[in-house]
Design a protein around this ligand. Sequence first.
Ligand code: ATP
Length: 361
Amino acid sequence: MAEIELHNLVKTYPGGTTRATDDVSLHVADGEFMVLLGPSGCGKTTLLRMVAGLELPDDGQVVIGGRDVTYLEPRRRNLSMVFQSYAVFPHRKVGDNIGFGLRMRGVDPDEIKRKVAWAADLLQLTPYLDRYPAKLSGGQRQRVAVARAIVMDAEVLLMDEPLSNLDALLRLSFRAELKKLVAELGTTTLYVTHDQVEALSLGDRVAVMRQGRIAQCDAPTTVYDLPAEEFVGGFIGSPPMNFLTGTVVAGGDGGLRLDLGAHSVPVPDALSGFSGRQLRLGVRPEAFGVDFPHHSEGLTAELEVFEPLGSSVLLTVALAGHQLKVQAPPSFRAEAGDRLRLSLPADQCHWYDPETHLLLE
Ligand code: ATP
């Protein structure tokens, strides 16, 4: 095992007008499972390929296990890779596929046999060792690709969208298998995906990327609960975080309030510097309490769309000229046109600077 340190990695492709990675620094601890998450084109694969040695940075350093490997060939970096395309050899049986890298390395045949048996057992491939990949399901083929990577006993495992070719159900079960396997192996892992659920499910930490930079790198619960910038709150969560813009005004009780037009919500004292100025409020759809108005307290909204989703109900509501997504319990019933009362606990309010879009409180 080994830690990965990325220092100020800059990469612009020939002919590219913007930097694919723009001064990226990241530290993946020994044995940590780090996920790189972000929209298409944000630079995840470029970053992974620089760690692998398949791409050279214009500037910056890649250090693995304390060794500067920035300009070292891929095969000298002691890492294994699993890519989106299964990349299994169709003309080799499963067992031969799994042992391929070891044979290339000149490992003793008995040792290869032992390792292949171990990996096949871990990935439930033992019954298929003598089959050709064409006779396997997509999930089984993907497991062969993972088995081939883990037999190499590398210090570092790199994975680029390894589940993206699987159908939704298979993806779900293989995700859990992969999580269990990597936890057992304890290998330092860098994993690329654009799927937020996969990222939150698998990562010890998730590095959310945007336009060649890391917007936030934190534990999955933190990137979800406390997005460091509006982009993260908007990218993670389905539906994403709601954002409302209002003006900070003095409330009747001496405190500050965010004036949203017909309604207002309390603003923490710590943000008194924004008095008289605009502020952005971020709220997750499930953070609202919702019922019917029995009294005048709370925020009154009009229901525009009611969507029963099985495990929850999704409401599109209009509140003081803003359109919000609100997630209610599965038993909640209402109809378009109903008036609803929303409550908003203070600890579920996240405050963002309207200019920088960074988290304030
Ligand atoms: P995706 O999820 O779509 O694979 P990504 O986040 O992995 O995207 P990269 O593939 O790293 O993003 O691409 C980052 C930027 O670099 C993009 O603007 C992309 O168009 C550009 N890029 C990537 N590879 C090359 C290349 N070989 N030549 C020129 N530009 C490239």
